[in-house]
Design a protein around this ligand. Structure first.
Ligand SMILES: Cc1cc2nc3c(=O)[nH]c(=O)nc-3n(C[C@H](O)[C@H](O)[C@H](O)COP(=O)(O)OP(=O)(O)OC[C@H]3O[C@@H](n4cnc5c(N)ncnc54)[C@H](O)[C@@H]3O)c2cc1C
Ligand code: SF4
Length: 328
């Protein structure tokens, strides 16, 4: 299986940050944080994605200090503003600065097209299912803020409440309130699976077309029977070039295990193929812009999900779950 892609990578690893507190703040095993931390220690610059200060969008930023690393932690599941990032990185590279660029595979490919592969650049791509549209994120945040009558000051779609899985949405409000719900039980999680950017359904930057020095993601399919298991999160790491492999082997405070391509891809198809468009994607998008996120969600639910949703709305608290228990 996967023979045609196997020779692309020099090595495949699994691993996680040794410090559990830091690991719990990262989306998966924290390898992106470990790589960034190492490059900052060498006096280099790190490019990654942070939420904008108003939390309404996500953008590429450059950091040069460990104190800013928290901004990059955690996956932002929305299309990201590029601003002047390619130009700024080109400038740093021309001044001889060491740069680690972390981004989606298409962004990494665009950067390499612009600047080539100078020795002071290391690129790290994320395995990419494709983001959803900022409108989803903005509607979700606005609804929460309206209900709570308070501004959100911190937001994550990959919050580890107890452990790595399931991912929670966590929103912290100015008034001290906290909203927490498993991502895939929310309108946001539904939209992430239902609606991507048009180009993402035909994404080329997979399999052999990956252009980074390193690719990282979640080691989906890892279980407690694996020696590299950690309930707080496990990263999968593909060293695509010698430069990438050298850097991965240098990172400290990170527990690294050798793995193999087949095992890593088994439960993570986005490494080799783009996601499929859902039958109701276009309808969802239309309703999202006409009527908002929640309306689009409940009006594109499957029949079974819709019945459950409306029963939960009209029946007193607890009745639906009691019925479910009786059925079992
Ligand atoms: C839209 C999207 C889809 C993804 N789909 C998959 C998938 O199908 N399978 C899989 O295994 N992994 C996927 N990932 C990657 C995964 O969610 C983690 O981001 C990755 O494993 C890094 O985790 P970490 O613990 O090493 O990173 P952390 O230590 O938490 O650091 C987060 C890193 O992610 C970067 N980042 C955050 N949001 C974005 C963004 N929107 N675009 C570019 N870079 C970003 C930050 O700059 C930082 O480098 C996806 C990520 C995104 C953003
Ligand atoms: S799915 Fe492909 S095109 Fe879409 S953001 Fe990811 S890498 Fe880019």
């Amino acid at each position: 299986m996967f023979e045609e892609y196997k020779n692309h990578d020099i090595a495949v690893y699994a691993g996680y940050l040794k410090d559990d507190t830091k690991l719990m703040q990262s989306a998966s095993g924290g390898v992106a944080t470990a790589l960034a931390s190492y490059v900052l220690e060498q006096g280099g610059y790190v490019v990654g994605v942070a939420y904008t200060p108003d939390l309404h969008n996500a953008e590429y930023i450059i950091i040069h200090d460990q104190s800013e690393l928290y901004k990059l932690k955690g996956s932002k599941y929305i299309d990201t503003q590029k601003g002047t990032i390619y130009k700024d990185v080109k400038q740093l590279l021309s001044e001889g600065e060491l740069v680690l660029f972390t981004g989606t595979p298409c962004t990494v490919a665009a950067l390499h097209k612009m600047v080539g592969r100078p020795e002071n650049l290391i690129s790290c791509e994320l395995i990419c299912h494709g983001p959803t549209l900022p409108k989803v994120h903005q509607d979700f945040i606005a609804t929460l803020e309206r209900k709570e009558k308070s501004k959100i000051i911190d937001f994550s779609v990959r919050h580890k409440k107890h452990e790595w899985q399931p991912s929670y949405i966590c929103a912290k409000f100015k008034n001290g309130a906290i909203y927490e719900k498993p991502l895939f039980e929310t309108d946001y999680g539904y939209a992430f699976m239902m609606l991507g950017k048009e180009g993402c359904y035909k994404c080329q930057f997979r399999g052999d077309n990956r252009t980074g020095d390193i690719m990282v993601g979640d080691f989906w399919g890892a279980t407690e029977n694996d020696e590299f298991w950690n309930k707080c999160g496990v990263s999968v790491i593909f060293a695509e070039t010698e430069r990438g492999n050298e850097l991965v082997k240098k990172i400290e405070d990170f527990q690294l295990f050798e793995s193999d391509f087949e095992r890593a891809v088994e439960q993570n198809p986005m490494i080799i193929r783009p996601k499929d468009k859902e039958v109701k994607t276009d309808l969802f998008k239309q309703l999202l812009f006409e009527k908002g996120l929640h309306y689009a969600t409940i009006h594109t639910y499957s029949k079974k999900k819709r019945i459950k949703y409306f029963l939960e709305k009209i029946l007193p608290n607890g009745v639906v779950s009691a019925v479910k228990k009786i059925k079992k």
